[in-house]
Design a protein around this ligand. Structure first.
Ligand SMILES: Nc1ncnc2c1ncn2[C@@H]1O[C@H](COP(=O)(O)OP(=O)(O)O)[C@@H](O)[C@H]1O
Ligand SMILES: O=P(O)(O)OC[C@H](O)CO
Length: 497
C-alpha cells in the first residue's frame, strides 16, 4: 500500500520537494536554491538544466532523509513558478536559451507596441490577462526573434515551448511527453479562457507557431509515470498546477467567495469565482483556478501586490532598524499604532488594483516624536492596506463578499500583521496549521486523481492554526483606510515628474 504523495515545487528562488503522509501532514522537506542570472537591468533568467537537476536532486534527497522508498509513493504532483518560459529543441532535449523568468521586463517595448496597435481589449477579453511582459507570450516571441536559427527551427517543428511544469514533465518522461495543465496554459497569452484551448488569432498576433505548444491537460489526472530519470519506481505523475492556483487548492478555497493571500516578497491574492470566468472591471486578472479531470474548470480572480515582505527586508537591509525579518513584530508592538505615520511601499511602483509604474515609496506624517517603532508599524500597515485594496476590487468584480481571508507565506507568521489585516478588512483572517499550501495543493491534486485520498478525507485534514477576528470598529477601519487613500495620492506618479 502506498503511504505518501510527493510534491515537487519549482519556485522562483528554489526547488523544493515535500512529502505528505496519508493524514496530509508533512513527512519531509528538501530544498535547493536556484541561481538567478541578471544579464542586463530588468532581465531575469534561470538555467533550465539547473531547474531540472535541482528538482530531481531534492526529490531523491527528501525520500532518502524520510526513509520512504519510491515504491511507497502513490503519486507525484508538480507545482511551479508560473509564466517563466523554456524553449528547447525536441531533437536533442537541449534548451536554446536560458529560461526567461516571469519577472523579466525585456519585452515591455513589444507589449507597448501591441497596446498602441490597439490589441489590448482583444487580449484581455480572450485571455483574462493584460498585455504585460509578466506573461509568457512575448518572451517566447523574443527567443524566436533573437536566438540564431530559432525561428527557422520553430517553423520546421523542431522547437518546443513550455512553462516550467512542461519542462519538468518532458525531462522526467525522457522526452516522451510535451504537456501542460490548464492553470499554467492560461498564463501564457496564447490560451483562450472561453474555448479552453490555444487560440490561433493570439498565436498569429504574437507570431508563434502552434507546433511549439504543449498539449493542454487538466490539473488532476494521470499524465505519465516517472522513469529512471526521477525515481527508481514507476510512480504516476497525477497533479500539475501553477503555484498560486495550487496554494488556492491547498487552502481549500473550493467554493465561490473563498479567498487566499500569500504574504511573501510580494502578495498573491486569489478568490474563487466558481464555474464562471468573471471579467474584471478593476484591473485584476481572470485565471483558471484548476480543472480536475473531466469536471468543469473553476476560475479565480487574481491580484498581485509587488512589495509586501520586501518592505520588511528594506527595514532590515535599507534602514538597518531590525536584524531579521521576524524582529519587525516586536519592534512594531512597542507602539499602540503608527501615530499618523503612513508608509506606501511602492518601491517598484504599484500593482493591482492601482497599476502605477511611476508610483514610489512614500513615508508621510513624520514628527519629532516618530520612532523606528512607528515606521515598523506603518510598514505592516502598508502591507495590509494594499491587500485590502485588492480584496475590495475582487469583491466588486465578483459581486461577492468574502467571509474570511485564508493566509500563508513567510510573512503570515507575523501575528501582528495578521491582526492588522483582520482589523482593516473587517473580516477574520485564518491561518492554517500547514502553511506549505502550494506543495499541499499539488499533492492533493495528485492524490485525489489516483484515489489515495477521498474528497471528504481531504476536507477533514484541514486544521486551523489561528483565527484573527477584527478588533476595531468599522468606523475606525474606514478612518484608517481614508488616511491610506490620501497617502496613496501622494505616492502616485512620483517617478514620472
Ligand atoms: N515575521 C515576519 N514578519 C514580516 N515579514 C516577514 C516575517 N518573516 C518573513 N517575512 C518576509 O517574508 C518574505 C519571505 O517569505 P516567503 O514566503 O519565503 O517569500 P518568497 O516565496 O516570495 O521568497 C520576506 O520578504 C521577509 O521579509
Ligand atoms: O515562485 P513564486 O512563489 O515566487 O511564484 C511566482 C508566481 O507564480 C509568478 O506568477
Amino acid at each position: 500500500m502506498p503511504t505518501h504523495v510527493l510534491a515537487l515545487d519549482q519556485g522562483t528562488t528554489s526547488s523544493r520537494a515535500i512529502l505528505f503522509d496519508r493524514a496530509g501532514r508533512i513527512a519531509g522537506t528538501a530544498q535547493k536554491e536556484i541561481e538567478q542570472h541578471f544579464p542586463r537591468p530588468g532581465w531575469v533568467e534561470h538555467d533550465p538544466t539547473e531547474l531540472w537537476s535541482s528538482q530531481a536532486g531534492v526529490a531523491a534527497e527528501v525520500l532518502t532523509r524520510a526513509g520512504v522508498a519510491p515504491s511507497d509513493l502513490a503519486a507525484v504532483g508538480i507545482t511551479n513558478q508560473r509564466e517563466t518560459v523554456v524553449v528547447w529543441d525536441r531533437r536533442t532535449g537541449q534548451p536554446v536559451h536560458r529560461a526567461i523568468v516571469w519577472q523579466d521586463r525585456r519585452t515591455a517595448p513589444l507589449c507597448d507596441a501591441l497596446r498602441e496597435a490597439g490589441h489590448e481589449a482583444t487580449v484581455r477579453e480572450k485571455t483574462g490577462l493584460v498585455l504585460d511582459s509578466y506573461f509568457s507570450g512575448t518572451k517566447v516571441r523574443w527567443i524566436l526573434d533573437h536566438v540564431d536559427g530559432a525561428r527557422e527551427a520553430a517553423e520546421a517543428g523542431h522547437l518546443a515551448f513550455g512553462t516550467v511544469d512542461s519542462w519538468l514533465v518532458w525531462n522526467l518522461t525522457g522526452g516522451a511527453e510535451h504537456l501542460t495543465d490548464v492553470t499554467n496554459a492560461c498564463r501564457t497569452l496564447f490560451f483562450n479562457l472561453h474555448t479552453g484551448d490555444w487560440d490561433d488569432d493570439l498565436l498569429a498576433l504574437l507570431d508563434v507557431p502552434r507546433s511549439m505548444l504543449p498539449e493542454v491537460r487538466s490539473s488532476s489526472e494521470v499524465y505519465a509515470r516517472t522513469s529512471g530519470a526521477l525515481l527508481s519506481a514507476e510512480v504516476p505523475v497525477a497533479g500539475i498546477a501553477g503555484d498560486q492556483q495550487a496554494a488556492t487548492f491547498g487552502q481549500r478555497c473550493t467554493a465561490p467567495g473563498l479567498a487566499k493571500n500569500t504574504y511573501g516578497t510580494g502578495c498573491f491574492l486569489l478568490m474563487n469565482t466558481g464555474g464562471e470566468a468573471v471579467a474584471s472591471a478593476n484591473n485584476l486578472l481572470t485565471t483558471v483556478a484548476w480543472r480536475r479531470g473531466d469536471r468543469p474548470a473553476q476560475y479565480a480572480l487574481e491580484g498581485s501586490v509587488f512589495v509586501a515582505g520586501a518592505a520588511v527586508q528594506w527595514l532590515r537591509d535599507g534602514l538597518g532598524i531590525i536584524r531579521s525579518a521576524s524582529e519587525v513584530e516586536a519592534l512594531a508592538r512597542r507602539v499602540e499604532h503608527a501615530d499618523g505615520v503612513v508608509l506606501v511601499p511602492a518601491f517598484t511602483g504599484l500593482g493591482a488594483p492601482h497599476w502605477d509604474a511611476d508610483a514610489r515609496g512614500t513615508l508621510l506624517g513624520l514628527t519629532r516624536g516618530t520612532t523606528a517603532a512607528h515606521v515598523a508599524r506603518a510598514t505592516l500597515d502598508g502591507i495590509a492596506f494594499q491587500v485590502a485594496d485588492v480584496l475590495d476590487a475582487m469583491e466588486a468584480d465578483a459581486g461577492l463578499a468574502v467571509s474570511e481571508l485564508r493566509v500563508d507565506g513567510g510573512a503570515a507568521s507575523n501575528d501582528l500583521l495578521m491582526q492588522i489585516q483582520a482589523d482593516l478588512l473587517q473580516v477574520p483572517v485564518v491561518r492554517p496549521a500547514v502553511t506549505e499550501t502550494t506543495a499541499l495543493g499539488a499533492a492533493l491534486l495528485a492524490g485525489l486523481a489516483v484515489g489515495f485520498w477521498t474528497e471528504d478525507e481531504v476536507d477533514a485534514q484541514w486544521q486551523l492554526d489561528r483565527r484573527f477576528e477584527p478588533a476595531i470598529s468599522p468606523d475606525e477601519a474606514a478612518d484608517r483606510r481614508a488616511g491610506w487613500g490620501r497617502a496613496l495620492d501622494r505616492a502616485r506618479g512620483w517617478a514620472a515628474a
